[in-house]
Design a protein around this ligand. Structure first.
Ligand SMILES: Cc1cc2nc3c(=O)[nH]c(=O)nc-3n(C[C@H](O)[C@H](O)[C@H](O)COP(=O)(O)O)c2cc1C
Length: 197
């Protein structure tokens, strides 16, 4: 592969002390260590009014869309809100469509205050599949987020993961985003060829 893959993380929490944003920064660091160029698309920094299909140029919509469209891989991170993903991320997602996600590798990460994040990751998986993103099977859920990190001035955002296995899962997501950023299954893989024999 001649050029470095570009990996973009979209943070669906607007909270200043967001655990989702911290986890995404760990994901991006692992992607960088695997050779990617990375960008954090922090929705707090973008003017994205509630999406209105009747309005052509809404706020920073085109700029946010461009960043996703030009990415080779995207990781969507969200807090668990009411068993699903955040309204901020849904609104951002409504700005995007096939042009942004077709042929894009997508990773998913959800952060819960309570114990479950499964429905949140499932909802994200369904909506990204709807715009033809290539979603990695590996995904990350963080439960009881307020207990998942410990203060550490030397760590990203001044927080380290308490559970090294969870940190491994977060970093594996970053590595896989870099590794599979250029995936282009085209029906001519050895397995497909063998099936035709
Ligand atoms: C509107 C709202 C709804 C929430 N719904 C849930 C929920 O259904 N399940 C849960 O475990 N936590 C829920 N939480 C807690 C968040 O998932 C938790 O605070 C998480 O850490 C937020 O992510 P952040 O730190 O990235 O902002 C909710 C929080 C808010 C503000």
């Amino acid at each position: 592969m001649s050029s470095a893959p570009t990996v973009v993380a979209v943070c669906g929490s607007l909270r200043e002390e967001s655990y989702t944003r911290t986890a995404l920064r760990y994901t991006l660091r692992a992607a960088e260590e695997a050779g990617a160029e990375t960008t954090l698309l922090d929705l707090r920094e973008y003017d994205l009014p509630v999406f209105d299909p009747d309005v052509d140029d809404q706020g920073d919509g085109e700029e946010a869309r461009r960043i996703v469209r030009e990415a080779d891989a995207v990781v969507l991170g969200t807090p668990v809100y009411h068993g699903s993903y955040s309204g901020a991320l849904k609104n951002f997602h409504d700005y995007c469509s096939f042009d942004e996600y077709e042929d894009t590798t997508v990773g998913l990460l959800a952060t819960a205050g309570g114990g479950s994040y499964g429905s949140t990751l499932d909802h994200l998986r369904i909506t990204v599949r709807g715009v033809h993103g290539w979603i990695l099977p590996h995904q990350v859920g963080i439960r009881k987020a307020y207990d998942a990190f410990a203060d550490d001035p030397d760590a990203i955002d001044g927080r380290r993961f308490v559970d090294p296995d969870l940190e491994d899962r977060v970093e594996k997501l970053g590595r896989q985003l870099a590794e599979y950023a250029f995936i282009e299954p085209d029906g001519t893989t050895p397995r497909a060829t063998a099936a035709d024999d």
